[in-house]
Design a protein around this ligand. Structure first.
Ligand SMILES: [Ca+2]
Ligand SMILES: [Ca+2]
Length: 369
């Protein structure tokens, strides 16, 4: 009996020293959870090859690595962990496994690093000038998203991930997603990138995570529009908003940018409030007048003065709201074609500029830094 125990102990010991390396399919950085960071890692190992596992298996169980591959990630995790399906090559099929096992966990979780940036110093998610008013009855909404500004562009980016948060009571679950612009600066060659929308129970939690990684190990640098978040709001959204004293807030946070060394770089999220036209002013017509596109507001983001070029449209008045919905500035419109607002004394953050004109209301989000 004693010998058997010893034998068993020895076997265990051998197993532990020789065969300890197991991969949980999808946990590319082997930190105990499958999430967007694993796809960022996968981008760096894309195209690598090595000894396959004994069988192609993507089920959420520990899979034995037969032999380490030649390369490893900067943190020392072997490239064999990026071969999520075990076929001996890191490719787009492995990205599918990350999607399949998204948010599964094993063992002790080591949290992934996110580096929260400083406003005015680090790149930020921006909402380029666009009409964010939802005419009554319209349920599909597209919101343009940008990354970085001319003043603070992104220096080096191989991968990007962020989480979109919406109130699940107001938005139709499963219908939210981010679509990368095909010709965006972030994605100059579609053939050398992977992107995925990751979600788990979005109906309950209103969370949607987008992740993008280049697969050619060639980081890009620039600023401006990167794509569009598409939503569908519930058909009774106006009633829901009134009953809950709520707003159609869209927040983008948990932003991660990695360079070609997988180092997370400081970056900032952002949020906006979408406006349902009927809630703003029930007397206005429900159709947005295209002539309002002639009104231009700049610079945005701004540190002080904001210029409004009215394009011969008579402005009746302006109002500036903070993110709590409080009016912090209001001003009567002048007959001139250019009008200015001084935001110099206001705290940094996102504001909503509401411009009431003879042709209806135009809204614009302003970032004060
Ligand atoms: Ca992981
Ligand atoms: Ca594979």
């Amino acid at each position: 009996m004693k010998k058997l125990f010893l034998f068993t102990f020895c076997s265990l010991f051998l197993y532990q020293t020789v065969f300890t390396q197991t991969v949980w399919p999808g946990d590319v950085n082997n930190n105990g959870i499958v999430n967007e960071v694993d796809l960022l890692y996968l981008g760096l190992a894309f195209g690598e090859t090595g000894t396959p596992r004994t069988e192609i298996d993507t089920n959420w169980t520990a899979q034995t690595i037969i032999e380490n591959w030649e390369g490893e990630f900067p943190n020392g995790v072997n490239f064999a962990y990026a071969d999520c399906n075990g076929d001996g090559i890191v490719d787009v099929l492995d990205a599918d496994v990350v999607e399949q096992n998204y948010l599964e966990t094993h063992g002790t979780l080591i949290p992934d690093a996110i580096v929260e940036g400083v406003l005015g110093e680090d790149p930020i998610i921006v909402f380029p000038p666009q009409n964010l008013t939802i005419p009554e009855g319209v349920r599909s909404i597209d919101v343009d998203i940008g990354l970085g500004t001319a003043e603070i562009p992104v220096d080096s980016i191989l991968g990007l991930a962020f989480t979109i948060r919406v109130n699940p009571e107001l938005f139709v679950g499963n219908q939210t997603q981010f679509n990368l612009d095909k010709d965006s600066w972030l994605n100059p060659d579609d053939d050398f990138s992977i992107s995925r929308n990751l979600k788990k129970n979005p109906r309950e939690n209103g969370l949607f995570t987008f992740v993008y990684t280049r697969t050619d190990k060639m980081p890009v640098a620039n600023f401006g529009s990167i794509g569009t978040v598409s939503f569908v709001v519930e058909s009774n959204v106006v009633d829901l908003l009134v009953n809950n004293n709520d707003s159609l807030e869209v927040a983008i946070d948990s932003v991660i940018i990695t360079d070609d060394n997988l180092e997370p770089l400081p970056v900032l999220g952002n949020s906006i409030n979408l406006q349902v036209e009927e809630l703003i002013d029930s007397t206005t017509t429900s159709t947005y007048h295209p002539i309002l596109d002639n009104i231009k507001v700049y610079p945005n983001p701004t540190s002080g003065w904001l210029l409004v070029k009215t394009g011969n449209i008579q402005l009746e008045y302006f109002e500036l709201f903070n993110m709590l919905g409080q009016a912090v500035l209001s001003q009567k419109g002048q007959p001139e074609n250019f009008q200015s607002l001084d935001l110099g004394s206001l705290p940094t953050g996102t504001y909503l500029l509401r411009m009431v004109t003879e042709h209806g209301i135009k809204l614009e989000h302003i970032l004060k830094f």
